[in-house]
Design a protein around this ligand. Sequence first.
Ligand code: SF4
Ligand code: SF4
Length: 381
Amino acid sequence: MQYRGYGKTGYKVSLLGMGCMRLPRKEDGQVDRERAYEMIRYAADNGIDYFDTAFGYHNKTSEEVVGEALEGERRKKVKIATKQPFGEMTTQAKIRENLENTLKKLRTDHVDVYLVHGINGSQWPDIKKREILKEYEKFKDEGLIGAIAFSYHGNYDGFENVLTEYDWDMCQVQHNFLDTNREVTTKGIDLASRKGLALVVMEPLRGGSLCQGTDAVNRVYNGAPVKRSPVEWAFRYVANFPGVSTILSGMSTLGQIKENIALFSKPDMKEGCLTDEDLAMLAKVKETYESVAAIPCTSCEYCLPCPQKVQIPGVFQRYNTASMFENFEPPRRTYMFLTKAGTDASNCVECGECEKKCPQGIKIIEQLKIAHEALKGWIEL
Ligand code: SF4
Ligand code: SF4
């Protein structure tokens, strides 16, 4: 297993981290605890020493499962990162109560990394106003948490503000070779690397979409002089960045853990592990995927905010992902989160404001209807 430094914290952590949001489930949708314990313990006993969970994962049971699996000697050997959602941090007392509950669930007296969960640029002023990070600083002084961090979903501009206006220990962002110009973009990865804080990358396989190519994509992979699986190419793309401390993978089976540990134990799985030729091949894979994207949305967000809070680029990105990977299931599942938040396409009242601002000239109202029909109706067990 490769290990890397973790910003200014002094931690050294495994380059492969275990994301605990896709633990195995039983038919009733609950976590299959026996299988999850086996996986988490195998990971901890075989080189993975970084576990990432959150208050909300698996219907608020992931922290509990992680705590039960690691309790005792294993807990001493690993780092646990967990997250508190911004929406749950209404008062200083509530922030503390949430951490106390988390510590109980994790069966530990401290968490190594404590994140503000899934923020974006527009929430940042509120996070500052509510003085949430002052509370986190108190936790750090009291030894209840080791590092102060945030996970981010949004565009580069918002990321730059959040990153530069506070002295964070770590940031966690989505990145993979398809998202070079989406979310924080490669520019955001470079900025975080230059700032010297720990950088944790999630979704290296884009929720599993990059595990296998379409026929057209596989023709590109097959043309490469070096033969590697799509999974290995995707992991290598992220490992190639020297500023990345840990790459999170949400593994769901013991087999995946074993395969991934083997990949991250290769001596050359490190910064600089891709040649210019390899990177050009991955750019070609990206281009091939994008050539079948249904809507030419670049996620520039010029159309936002929508007065009805419709997450226009989020809707289009899910629809495009479904088209590119010829698989509607994962995007339909995540579309459910927009529906729950009241930000899906069905909230559009056809005011037309967004269409005036779209540089791509997309007929947004019409495309939202098409996307909604294709993505609606997911029921989570
Ligand atoms: S047309 Fe629909 S999506 Fe566009 S701004 Fe108006 S309500 Fe929002
Ligand atoms: S303005 Fe157009 S291209 Fe930009 S995010 Fe909105 S729909 Fe996409």
